[in-house]
Design a protein around this ligand. Sequence first.
Ligand code: 3PY
Ligand code: MG
Length: 252
Amino acid sequence: MNAEIDEDPMFTGDAVGGWLQLPSSAVAEVMGGVGFDSVCIDTQHGLIGDDAVLGMLQALTATGTRSLVRVPGHGAEAIGRALDRGADGVIVPLVDTAEQAAAVAGACRYPPQGGHRSFGPLRPSWLGREPLTPGRCVVMIETRAAVENLESILAVEGLDAVFIGPSDLALAYDMPLTAQNADGPRSDEYADLIRTITGACAAAGMPVGIYCDSPAHARRFRELGCTFTMGPGEHAILRQAATAMLEQARGD
Ligand code: 3PY
Ligand code: MG
């Protein structure tokens, strides 16, 4: 964990974050107004192209909500573009090794801080932020290799948090996706796996979050040691609310 950032409220204290997968600054503004501790713009699995990201970040800023961008991969280019557009940090998927973690942490900070980010913090400059502020770096643990290499990943300088991808993790361990549910098949085994990760993070003093498909998942994963939760995506919330509204309107 970065020495200068001990307790980022995005990642600690049972923080709850929102998750955006639709390309809309209006929806970002609606979600930003809800009061989440942060909101993530997901450009890995979300339907959000590069051009939509700026407006969505501006909408989140308008609501005073801090922002993360899940980048599509490990490339320094995407990480730099997200941070130059004013994201507070990035979530990087599928980080398997300490070497990969060091590379993405380096992409979030400038050379005097041990990184290799190229200078050009355009939007942060007119927002009046200190220009050399490092972007928060969150690495996703969601493969067997990542779990096996977790101790060395956690020792990497410049990481701010770990984020568990619960579905990829289930698939990697040949478990059903429903193992995430407290009453799902192999849920005890799945819980042990999550505890292995959260226990190692606690020992290293590293905040650990997880994506949640539902409030029930958020409560379960918090009990299993997660210090923050994010999700579900806004489209799932919209669909669920619209379905309930339709049923109620029809009197089903
Ligand atoms: C996963 O469950 O694998 C994720 O990456 C959630 O977004
Ligand atoms: Mg994943």
